[in-house]
Design a binder for this molecule. Structure first.
Ligand code: PLP
Length: 363
C-alpha cells in the first residue's frame, strides 16, 4: 500500500502504461479476494467497505428484481448496515419482513419456508458481529431459492476468521470488508454470483464493469488483496489457535463470576468472539473500568445520556433487558496471546468490583 501511495498515482482507467500498472495491481487484488472466498475474479466488485457492499447487494438486488415484487426479508440480527439498506427500500415503498432468531441467535429456519412469494432478496449474515454466532447460510439459501428469492450474505465478520466457500454457501451476493480481516478501512468487496441481477447505486461511469461507478481506491484495494491472501494462508493455523485461546478466555471470565452468561454459547460461533454478561455490572461501566486497566473491549449496547439501551441483537435472542445492558464483547485477533488473557485475569476482579460499585440496572 505504501509503495502504491508513493509510486502508483495514475488512474487505472487510463490507457497509458502508468494507468495500466495501476489496473494490473487492481486485477491482482481481485484474484486474491476471489481466492479467499472461492469465487471467480469477475464476480468481485470492489466497494468502499461492508456498509456500501450491503447497500449495493440488498438495494441494488431489490431494485433489479422489482418486476417480481417489492419485498425483501432480513434476519432480526443483521448489522446496522443491512438494517440501513432495508430502511432505504422501506422509504421507497418496499415491504421489509424480519426473520426471527431463536435463543441461541440462529435464524428460525421455518420462517424461510414461509417467505411471501413476492420476496426478492433475503439477507442473512454469516457471522454475527456482536455474538459471533454462525448462521446456517447454505440451508437458508436453498430455502430462499426454493421460494424464488435470492440470498444476500453479509460475511464481513466471518471473512478471514473461518473458511468461506462462495459456491457451497449458495449465496448470490456476499460482502466482505478489508478492516475486519487485517486490511485497510474503506475497502471491501461485493461478490456477485455470475448472472445475478444488480442495479448499480453509483452510476455515470463504467467502473467495475458498470456495477460500481467511481475511480478505484487503488491503495485500499491493494491492501484488501494482500489481507485476503494472508488470511487465506493463515486460516488453517489461526482458527484452532484462536479457538483454544477463547476457551482460556471464557475460563477467565467465568472464574471472575460463576454467574457469567455467554450469549450464543450453544450455537456454532466464530473462534475469536465471546459476548458475555456479568450480571449487575453495566457494560459501559465495566468497559471503562477495563479500559483504565489496559484492556479494550466493546459493548453491544448503545449509551445515550447516561442510559444504556439493550442491544437489538440480544433483545431479538430473548435476552432480558437487565442482562443485555451488562453485555460486553471480548474479541481476539491474530496478535492476541495467552499472556494477554492472563493479564485480563489479573485485572478483571477489581474492574468488576469497580463497575458494580457504580450501578446496577438499566439507567
Ligand atoms: N456488516 C458487519 C457484520 C459488520 O460487522 C460491519 C462493521 O463492523 C459492517 C457490515 C460494516 O462494514 P464497514 O465498516 O466496512 O462499512
Amino acid at each position: 500500500m505504501r509503495a502504491s501511495l508513493e509510486d502508483l498515482h495514475a488512474n487505472a482507467s487510463s490507457m497509458h502504461r502508468e494507468g495500466q500498472r495501476a489496473r494490473a495491481a487492481i486485477e491482482h487484488a481481485r484474484d486474491q479476494v476471489a481466492a479467499l472466498v472461492g469465487a471467480r475474479p469477475d464476480e468481485v466488485i470492489f466497494v468502499s467497505g461492508g456498509t456500501e457492499g450491503d447497500h449495493l447487494a440488498l438495494v441494488g438486488g431489490a431494485w433489479a428484481r422489482q418486476a417480481r415484487g417489492r419485498r425483501v426479508a432480513i434476519s432480526a440480527v443483521e448489522h446496522h448496515a443491512v438494517h440501513g439498506a432495508a430502511e432505504v427500500l422501506a422509504e421507497q415503498g418496499f415491504t421489509v419482513d424480519h426473520l426471527p432468531v431463536d435463543g441461541n441467535g440462529m435464524v428460525v429456519m421455518s420462517a424461510l419456508d414461509g417467505l411471501a412469494e413476492d420476496t426478492t432478496v433475503v439477507s442473512l449474515m454469516l457471522a454475527n458481529n456482536e455474538t459471533g454466532v454462525l448462521q446456517p447460510v447454505a440451508e437458508a439459501a436453498e430455502r430462499a431459492h426454493h421460494a424464488g428469492a435470492l440470498l444476500h450474505c453479509d460475511a464481513v465478520q466471518a471473512a478471514g476468521k473461518i473458511a468461506i466457500d462462495f459456491r457451497a454457501l449458495g449465496a448470490d451476493y456476499l460482502v466482505i470488508s478489508g478492516h475486519k480481516l487485517g486490511g485497510p478501512k474503506g475497502a471491501g468487496a461485493l461478490i456477485l454470483k455470475h448472472g445475478t441481477p444488480l442495479k448499480p447505486l453509483f452510476r455515470g461511469s463504467a467502473h467495475e464493469r458498470g456495477r460500481r461507478g467511481g475511480t478505484e481506491n487503488v491503495p485500499g484495494i491493494i491492501g484488501l488483496g494482500v489481507a485476503a491472501e494472508h488470511a487465506r494462508a493463515e486460516l488453517a493455523e489461526e482458527g484452532p489457535r484462536l479457538r483454544a485461546l477463547r476457551s482460556e478466555l471464557e475460563q477467565v471470565l467465568r472464574a471472575a463470576d460463576p454467574e457469567l452468561v455467554v450469549h450464543g454459547e450453544r450455537a456454532p460461533r466464530l473462534p475469536n468472539t465471546v459476548n458475555a454478561s456479568f450480571p449487575g455490572a453495566r457494560s459501559d461501566h465495566l468497559l471503562l473500568a477495563l479500559d483504565a486497566r489496559g484492556v479494550a473491549v466493546s459493548a453491544g449496547a448503545a449509551c445515550a445520556s447516561g442510559a444504556v439501551e439493550p442491544s437489538p441483537v440480544l433483545t431479538a435472542m430473548g435476552v432480558a433487558p437487565e442482562l443485555a445492558v451488562c453485555a460486553l464483547r471480548f474479541s481476539l485477533g491474530r496478535t492476541s496471546t495467552t499472556d494477554e488473557v492472563a493479564a485480563l485475569a489479573r485485572v478483571l476482579p477489581e474492574a468488576l468490583r469497580a463497575a458494580r460499585g457504580v450501578s446496577v440496572g438499566t439507567s
